[in-house]
Design a protein around this ligand. Sequence first.
Ligand code: AFP
Length: 303
Amino acid sequence: MQLDEHLKILGVNDALHAVVMSCAQGVFDIANVVHTGEILGYAGTQNVFGESQLKLDVVSNDLLIAELKKLPSIHMIASEELDDEQELHADGDFSVAFDPLDGSSLVDVNFAVGTIIAIYPKGSFIGKKASEMRAAVVAVYGPRTTLFVAVAGKGTHQYLLTSGGFELQKEKMKVDDEGRYFAPGNLRACAKNPQYKALVDYWLANQYTLRYSGGMVPDMNHILVKGRGVFTYPGYSDEPNGKLRLLYECGTMSFLMIEAGGAASDGAMSLLDKPLEHLDQRSPIFVGSKKEVEKALEFFIMG
Ligand code: AFP
């Protein structure tokens, strides 16, 4: 069954259906440039985070924006590759925030990378919480291109890009409450954060299986597809909020996981309830199987 038809069966209204399909078209275009491999090297520019932009970052960003511009229903957009949020259509009903190519540092080593898209009600992103999200569209560019679509209250679903389009692979994905896969981001923090060191030691002592690539999308994909595990990226003294962005990464991936029955926290609160203070806000993240997240937080809350 194609994405288009499945969204209708889920009861997604026409307006949101059109936005999700526009995002899927953007992903299709990005998958093509990622997999043809002709666009390599650096663009010679930096994004708002001061990170050097790959040509692929810029092209992916342009491709997704080109699709969204076609929809009069899009009010605002925000991208990890843009300096500020932008208005596309004053009367639009949706605001869309995205990281067009997450995992840029992994492109040259041919690791899997992804696209992360959040669809919110209209208006500025400042003050918004991930719980307000109407839908999330997340692509994994690996040996195959797969797509997650999570719709508020209607679960998380996976599609495979075939010659015929995005075919439904797994409906209403479910993440078990427990599962011994761990994806420990920012392991460097163990040198200055004894709580994180104690948590990693717990995982090792209990023979958890390490699954970490350095790409948030494929690492979270592993938890969703295997149906269990935990991903962490805490802060530490030098970077108390860690590296991952609340708007472009943490909020959207948390929405995807929670719609699949998982949990997500910044160490103190659910990441769905954390209001955005500024576009480049970063947040610690503990996300995945509910009891695995709870266990991880025990080591941090103990203080
Ligand atoms: P890049 O986009 O710079 O490759 O960073 C990817 C990322 O934002 C996220 O996808 C990973 O989970 C995280 O960074 C990996 O961070 P470390 O390199 O510190 O492990």
